[in-house]
Design a protein around this ligand. Structure first.
Ligand code: NCD
Length: 364
């Protein structure tokens, strides 16, 4: 191996963030803590511009010309619908052609090739790798591999993390923030800020990589209150490390054992499904007995929510939001999924240094 991954993985985030950028922009997108408020807001603006440009034939042709000479590999060896398809759509908007590996048994990994070797091979043929894996550190490891190749003046390309085990899902956090921002933009001028609001996360808080990534972006804003609504069972609840980290960032953190007591306070309700695929034997025993009804949204609870509240869900959903709620104007989860396409296109544009070109074209 070219490098010592464990040592790099165990470094403080501030050092990693430095390693993952180059020339004033992100080289790889691995963690949500790589995004500061300025970059986050710029990406949201870029996403709006890309959305606007996509409404005309001339705008679409411009966008599709920007990366027409580039190729992306979508290496998604863990199940995915929205992330995979919205990344593919984002690549297509920007003109990138795409190839995919979804089943590692059809690649040389089946012949014993290491994932890291496979990824290095992809970098010979492609200009961007977007990856999802059940291995939490894989995207990070591949990013460092690319950095080392760069040090040796060898071909290397950007890595974007499309979901890393139970660890992080930074681009989901981007689209969640973009959705929050777009939702609040509909409110009267004095209520549009992301700051000063109550965000509730309900369900499988402990194992949700989307929650883990999103809280860091919300923490970039002032006077944020976060309520974690999860069963009082360690694997599903907010971890004490995360609680300490969030409190250290100035967040008002609260944990409750059901939606009922907090439902009226919530500005954004972030629902999640229970991720049974991660269950241990002990977890299965817990679920056999557990009553999870307190972590489900019902029409009755909805009736008590603020008229201006927004309900988000990264999807897929199980039974935590009944379809009867889908037609309520506060249900934003389908729009949220579409927002993913725009903000992922914006992120790809950023990584390839296209921000100015997109802004100039939009303003022309
Ligand atoms: C989530 C994921 O894969 O982490 N889905 C997504 O990317 N939109 C959430 C989940 O699987 O429950």
């Amino acid at each position: 191996m070219l490098y010592d991954f464990e040592e790099r993985r165990d470094r403080p985030m501030s050092e990693k963030v430095t390693d993952l950028q180059e020339g004033g922009r992100l080289k790889h997108a691995i963690f949500s803590r790589q995004f500061d408020r300025d970059l986050l807001e710029r990406l949201c603006e870029q996403a709006m511009m890309i959305r606007g440009l996509s409404q005309t034939a001339a705008g679409r042709a411009f966008l599709a010309s920007t990366l027409a000479h580039r190729r992306a590999m979508l290496y998604f060896t863990q199940p995915s619908t929205r992330t995979f398809l919205s990344f593919m759509a984002a690549c297509q908007i920007m003109g990138l052609s795409c190839n995919e590996i979804r089943d590692p048994t059809l690649s040389s990994e089946f012949k014993g090739e290491s994932v890291v070797d496979s990824v290095r091979m992809f970098s010979s043929y492609f200009d961007l790798i977007i990856m999802r894996s059940k291995l939490p550190g894989l995207a990070e490891e591949c990013a460092y591999l690319m950095n080392d190749l760069s040090d040796y003046h060898q071909r290397n390309i950007p890595i974007i993390n499309g979901g890393a085990g139970t660890d992080e899902h930074p681009t989901q956090a981007l689209l969640d923030m973009f959705t929050v921002r777009r939702t609040f933009e509909q409110l009267p001028a004095d209520q549009r800020s992301i700051s000063g609001k109550t965000y509730a996360f309900c369900g499988d808080v402990g194992r949700s990589r989307t929650v883990r990534s999103l809280v860091y972006l919300l923490a970039l804003y002032e006077n944020v209150r976060m309520v974690f609504v999860a069963p009082n069972y360690k694997p599903l609840a907010l971890s004490s490390e995360m609680r300490t980290t969030l409190e250290g960032l100035g967040i008002d953190v609260q944990e409750v054992d059901g939606l009922e007591p907090v439902i009226e306070d919530i500005d954004v309700l972030y629902m999640t499904r229970i991720q049974h695929e991660h269950n241990s034997g002990e977890d299965k025993r817990f679920f056999a007995e557990a009553d999870l009804s307190r972590f489900k949204l019902t029409p009755q609870l909805l009736g008590r929510m603020k008229a201006t509240a927004a309900i988000l869900h990264p999807f897929p959903r199980n039974d935590e939001i009944p379809v009867a709620i889908d037609s309520d104007p506060r249900a934003k989860y389908f729009r949220q999924a579409r927002n993913g396409m725009w903000i992922r296109a914006a992120l790809i544009g950023h990584v390839f240094g296209l921000e100015d070109a997109i802004r100039d074209h939009y303003q022309a």
